[in-house]
Design a protein around this ligand. Structure first.
Ligand SMILES: [Zn+2]
Ligand SMILES: [Zn+2]
Length: 243
């Protein structure tokens, strides 16, 4: 597995020597290190205010001040907020899929760019954090995919911010796909799916949980719950996009 990863990284280096940099969406020439041209970058659907303070769900219409969406109003969460700047549509959704399922590994860079914008949100910026914690994959899924997308993205955010990544969580139950399940079924499906590896690593720490997409929030909620139980001071969530 390690060899496959090194080869992929080496291959990426070779490709960038052979091909001039280009937009990963439309193929137009770009500057070195730029994976998305300005026109395609503009197509990414940004979440604009008003949005739910808890889960970043945008609201169509005018609201003054803070707002909590109907989905969050009657729930108690173990994470303070789930912050994201983009909707998982169009180019954003396409890049996430190509990165995860088609192994277009270089797309981690534009994904991390989008994610880094979430770190500038005041819900993250106004209180310091100690470390990033990636949502883990089950070992079986990891073997299939050969990388954990959340961990790859967390590592890039760590490089940019200087804050460490703590692989604090382990996924101990293999869960089937959640897409057909409703909220209650998802929570049931995820019960006891995660375990904290070393409680001492998270105790009294302010953590940023990292995942690629926030959909119903069931996965990050279950992760946040076990992190809180292990003694984390606070958990906030950052994702590339919102489903
Ligand atoms: Zn383009
Ligand atoms: Zn909400």
């Amino acid at each position: 597995m390690k060899i496959a990863r090194s080869l992929r990284l080496a291959g990426e280096g070779l490709l960038s020597l052979l091909y001039p940099p280009h937009c990963a969406k439309c193929g137009t020439d770009t500057a070195s290190g730029v994976h998305l041209c300005a026109a395609c970058a503009e197509q990414a659907k940004k979440i604009e205010a008003p949005f739910c303070r808890q889960c970043s769900q945008p609201f169509d219409g005018a609201i003054d001040g803070e707002f909590t969406c109907a989905n969050c109003t009657d729930r108690t969460f173990h994470f303070e907020c789930a912050v994201t700047r983009y909707l998982s549509r169009g180019v954003v959704r396409e890049f996430i899929h190509r990165f995860k399922y088609d192994r277009h590994f270089y797309l981690r860079h534009p994904l991390a760019d989008w994610m880094a914008e979430a770190l500038e949100d005041e819900r993250i910026g106004t209180k310091p954090f100690d470390a990033f914690v990636p949502v883990p994959l089950h070992a079986t899924r990891f073997r299939e995919r050969d990388f954990n997308q959340a961990e790859v993205l967390a590592n890039l955010l760590a490089k940019r911010t200087g804050q460490p990544v703590i692989k604090a969580l382990k996924r101990i139950r293999y869960t089937t796909t959640q897409t057909r399940l409703d909220r209650a079924q998802r929570m049931e499906n995820l019960r006891n799916a995660f375990r904290v590896r070393h409680a001492s690593a998270v105790q009294s720490r302010h953590l940023i949980l990292v995942d690629d997409v926030f959909t119903t929030g069931s996965t990050v909620e279950e992760c946040a719950r076990v992190l809180q139980e292990a003694g984390a001071a606070s958990v906030r969530v950052v994702t590339v996009a919102r489903g």
